[in-house]
Design a protein around this ligand. Sequence first.
Ligand code: ADP
Length: 485
Amino acid sequence: MSRESAIAFIQTRTEGLSKLPLAGYVVAVVAVVAAMGVRAALEGVGSFYYLPLLPAIMATALLAGRLETAFAILLSIAANVALVHRDSVVDTVANAVLFAAVAWLISEGFRSLRAYRTRAGELSRRLARRDHMLQTILASVPVVTLDRQGIVRSLTPSASAMLAAPEALAVGEPFDLFVEGFDLATFPTTPQYGPLAHWVARTGDGRTLHLNIQLGLNEDAGDPDHAIISLTDLTDSHAAESHAREMHAQLNRVWRLNSLGEMAATLSHELNQPLSASVTYLHAAQTDMRNAGPAADNASRTVDLAKTQLLRAGEIIRRMRELLAHESRGLDVESTHSMIADIQGVLGMIGRTAGVSIELRIDDADDAVWAERIQFQQAMVNLVRNAVEALDGEANPLVVVTGRAISPEAYEIRVEDNGVGIATADMETIFRPLMSTKTGGMGLGLSVTRTIIDSHGGTLKVEASPMGGAAFSFCLMRERELVEP
Ligand code: ADP
């Protein structure tokens, strides 16, 4: 039995005894009776008085409490006074007092030794538990130990799984076999928090990982020859980030085309009337010239040229509008939740830059709709960007995007905020092209968005939101036959 288990054994027994009220006294009686027996057995060898009783006191001190030990001492004295005849009363009392004092001291010493050992046992059990916990945590954290030359000395199971490198193969290999260009000498010795350092790793099975590596030299632990590095796999967040960037660039291209188309439509609408009026006026001038006789023929031919140029200008604008008009590829059946999840990164970027929280509450049940994916996403980005811009200076800026089926035919999207809101008088004018209240605003966002929603068979509406700001909403046509793959 090891020392720890012996201590644990005694402690368990003692704890067991302390739960029985009279058990300690029984121990005292049994120990004293046994000691008296031993002493009687030793009578042939010599005469002993109190000495054989000391082990009985120690046993009681070991197994029971203070009261029981005092009881054992008194019992020993009573037994000796009753059973052993002494000539002098003084001698009897002196021996009894001496025995009581020595037995008490020994039992106290024994008791503190026992307490010390119990504590030591408890501490070592706690340490063992902590060690076990640390080992368990370490096993689940990707950690690699390197020597000063950057050679792998050990790696945790999760590091081995992350790098697809069994420990037996990885140990002894240079770490830059996995992370190209990794050099311990140039690595900062303090852990890097904040913007995460990026490393590209190649795993044992040929995959590419994006890693953050943090380094801790083991100097404090008295092991300056080894460095411990912990790895964080950023591959997923890296992929999400590049997807968001790609999405952003694609939406920017679509935005440029859409806004140019909207501008062309506005220009064509605005110029159409003055151009036609000019042609009509020139036509009237030609009628007058014809009445003036052949002298005006030259002038009439020049007016003809002017009319041709005006008609050409009209034609150019019309062609430009056709070219830039939102080129509808037709609507497809799409999942609203998936279309919005796709631009979550872009919306996150817009919100983060302005310090605004954007909550997406898109019900993914019955969310199949007829939509042109990129155009719908463009409309959503426009509405969310506007909402975010309307929150400038608000204390708890919040944009909520809700999506839910509201009837067998319609899936409603709402974008609302707790910003400045829109005066009822302005609720129609804000949709006009080139109408903006922002310095540097182009005033095309809402008109482009309205055109997109129109092409989806919906209507873009605005009203005051219960959140305090504006609420823009529209409906998409539901496709209820779609079977999810
Ligand atoms: P721009 O954003 O370039 O001004 P828009 O057509 O997108 O052009 O918006 C037109 C105007 O509508 C904005 O200038 C703003 O005054 C108003 N607006 C749009 N969305 C909101 C909103 N969520 N809250 C308050 N005002 C808004």
